[in-house]
Structures are given as structure tokens and as C-alpha cells.
Design a protein around this ligand. Structure first.
Ligand code: ZN
Length: 158
């Protein structure tokens, strides 16, 4: 049962059972879907980025394993209220933590809970579960930057 002991720590379970910022945003500026076929994780991420480049709202609808859901929940807390620029830095440090084999940079203070996911590194197949929300967010932020008028396109297509 060592896998359960290591992976399903209290913080992860808490985020899994009570995912933060769960749901969708009606007037999102960007929505993007992510899939991890290896595990069957699926999620849709909604972002509301204002003209100043501030992430005013982030919501996620995840149908995945505990690692995927918990990682997305922690990510939403770390990202909400940040600028797009800062969000990209946070994504970068998280990916660095999960993918670097040698010495790791310490995480910033708004990423405290994410330390809980460090144990996932021992199970390489689960790293993809933990990274899915982050890669999806990165894609969403690129889209948000590239298409400032996307919000009107989204509401037109309803
Ligand atoms: Zn998974």
C-alpha cells in the first residue's frame, strides 16, 4: 500500500474531494480542453482574462483520477488573480519540479500546496496526470494572448 501512502496524502485527498474553482465560466474569455489518454483524464478549463492581462477567474471541470483533479484544483488556487505573465512563471516552476531529476528550485509561496504533488514523481506514469491541467492552462494562456476578441466569438456561437 506504499503507493497509496505516498500519493494520496491528506492535501491531495482534500483537493480531490473538494476541488477548488470547480465548474465553468459563462462569459469566459478562453476555454480549452485537455485529455490524457493514458489514464482517461479529461478536463475543460475556463479562463477570464481582463484587458490588463489579469486572470480574474479560473474554473475547471475535471473528470479524471485523484492526481489530475487535485493538481488542477491546486493550480487554480495558485493562478487565480495572477497576471498572465506570472501564471506562466508558476507553470514553469511546477513543471520544473515535476520533470527535473536532479536539484530542484524551491517553489514560490503561492505554490505551497503543490509540494504535496512532489511524491507523484516516484510514479512516472502519474506525472502526466499531474501535468495535464498545467499544459492545458498554458495552451489557454497562449490562446488568450493571441486572440483578445475571443470572448465575442464564444458568445456568438452559443
Ligand atoms: Zn490520471
Amino acid at each position: 500500500m506504499s503507493l497509496v501512502d505516498d500519493l494520496y496524502r491528506e492535501t491531495i485527498l482534500d483537493h480531490y474531494h473538494n476541488p477548488r474553482n470547480h465548474g465553468c465560466i459563462e462569459n469566459a474569455t478562453t476555454s480549452v480542453e485537455g485529455v490524457n489518454p493514458l489514464c482517461g483524464d479529461e478536463l475543460t478549463l475556463y479562463l477570464k482574462v481582463n484587458e490588463a492581462g489579469l486572470i480574474e477567474d479560473i474554473k475547471m471541470n475535471a473528470h479524471g483520477c485523484s492526481i489530475n483533479t487535485a493538481s488542477g484544483s491546486m493550480m487554480s488556487e495558485a493562478i487565480l488573480g495572477q497576471t498572465v505573465e506570472r501564471a506562466k512563471e508558476i507553470i514553469e516552476s511546477f513543471k520544473n519540479m515535476m520533470l527535473t531529476k536532479g536539484e530542484e528550485l524551491p517553489l514560490d509561496e503561492e505554490m505551497e500546496d503543490l509540494e504535496a504533488l512532489r511524491g507523484v514523481k516516484k510514479y512516472p506514469v502519474r506525472i502526466k496526470c499531474a501535468l495535464l491541467p498545467w499544459n492545458t492552462l498554458l495552451e489557454g494562456l497562449e490562446t488568450a494572448g493571441a486572440k483578445p476578441g475571443l470572448s465575442s466569438t464564444l458568445s456568438d456561437s452559443k
